[in-house]
Design a protein around this ligand. Structure first.
Ligand SMILES: Nc1ncnc2c1ncn2[C@@H]1O[C@H](COP(=O)(O)OP(=O)(O)O)[C@@H](O)[C@H]1O
Ligand SMILES: [Mg+2]
Length: 357
């Protein structure tokens, strides 16, 4: 394995990575076509779906606007999709914006004051809103009212502005970063979980149908197993496997086609990519499985500390391949097995497997 090669710089490599890249232009275009349109079509997340179904049906029955909804969970698990479903189920229009797009309280006031009655306001990355905007949002959520400040300094006056009732749907990857007063103003919070392989298989079959791609059960299972519990990644891998199938096979996706195609894209059987394997490989081969400090590990793979910690490690930890301990990073027995290496103690012959081969 070329874990010590000097490749392109990190940003470029992450953009190219099928599993680490943020949603790009192609994702955005295809995602629009692949998004489930109602709760019944939305795969998995049984708990959130059932709870949300009750919240929405009750509001509809009362002829009222639905309570504010907070959706938390990792990127690609379906938060944006669900916000659109909420609007569709309520028969309401939806306005989409994001925390980083709202720099000033005035930006938020402009959006809020132009909402129609019953409209859904989707606020993505709500944890990244500015403080003054956040405080304006408290009052808007609770009393459907904002104070617009006119003038500056001691002469400034607050002019109250009534808002039509609306439903705020906030999405965040970091629910823990939300200030409690904001969190408390949501009537319902849905925690999105990573998807089980069988659920991802359903997502893949559904997407394949919409994209008019032929895929069998084993082919879908192979892609699902490499998708890190994430529908966005599953859809992305499906598209790359489809390319491969068109060029190298007869367009049909079965297990060998899926496995070979994803091998070309350096996504391994568990969904690790080149960076993930580089980190794990260094930990095992250079440091005997650890413990080793984060900085040392980062230098060994030629990456920034933050890249190793925030991009590679969360999935390795979730997969039970790496543990963060007070003394440093430690590989688990599963990590040795995954890279086909023998841990030094269990090898029986001292350092075999550590410096061997
Ligand atoms: N439960 C689901 N069932 C089917 N497709 C899903 C599901 N969740 C997400 N997807 C698909 O995954 C992609 C990413 O979903 P998105 O809602 O944009 O995620 P998030 O906003 O949480 O980052 C979309 O193409 C969407 O259609
Ligand atoms: Mg989103």
């Amino acid at each position: 394995m070329n874990w010590d090669e000097t490749g392109p710089d990190t940003d470029e490599r992450l953009d190219e990575s099928l599993v680490h890249a943020d949603a790009d232009g192609e994702d955005t275009a295809v995602e629009a076509a692949l998004r489930p349109k109602d709760l019944d079509e939305f795969v998995g997340q049984e708990k959130v779906r059932e709870q949300l179904d009750l919240v929405l049906k009750a509001a509809l029955a009362r002829g009222a606007t639905a309570d504010h909804v907070l959706l938390s969970g990792a990127p690609g698990l379906g938060k944006t999709t669900l916000s659109m479903i909420i609007a569709a189920e309520m028969g309401a229009p939806i306005r989409i914006t994001s925390g980083p797009a709202i720099q000033h309280a005035g930006d938020l006031a402009a959006i809020l004051s132009s909402l129609q009655e019953g409209e859904v306001l989707f606020l993505d990355e709500i944890h990244r809103m500015s403080r003054p905007a956040e405080e304006m949002l408290y009052m808007a959520m609770e009393d459907f009212r904002v104070d617009v400040i006119v003038g500056k300094g001691p002469g400034a006056t607050a002019i109250p502005l009534e808002l039509p009732p609306f439903t705020l749907v906030g999405a965040t990857t970091r629910a823990g970063l939300l200030p409690p007063p904001l969190r408390d103003r949501f009537g319902f919070t849905g925690h999105m979980e990573f998807y089980a392989p069988t659920e991802l298989e359903r997502v893949i079959h559904r997407s394949a149908r919409l994209l008019d791609v032929e895929i069998d059960a084993d082919g879908a299972a192979e892609i699902a197993g490499r998708s890190r519990g994430t529908p966005r990644i599953a859809n992305r891998l499906l598209r790359r496997v489809r390319d491969y199938a068109q060029v190298k096979a007869d367009g049909r996706i079965d297990r060998p086609v899926a496995a070979t195609a994803l091998g070309v894209y350096e996504v391994d059987a568990r969904g690790l990519d080149r960076l993930d394997r580089a980190v794990l490989g260094a930990l095992l081969k250079l440091f005997g499985g650890g413990p080793v400090g984060l900085s040392t590990l980062a230098v060994a793979v030629g990456e920034e500390r933050e890249t190793v910690e925030e991009v590679a490690e969360p999935f390795l930890v979730r997969e039970g391949l790496l543990a963060r301990t007070p003394r440093g990073r430690v590989a688990t027995p599963a990590a040795w097995a995954h890279l086909g290496l023998v841990p030094p103690q269990q090898g029986g012959k001292g350092q075999q497997g550590l410096f061997g081969a």
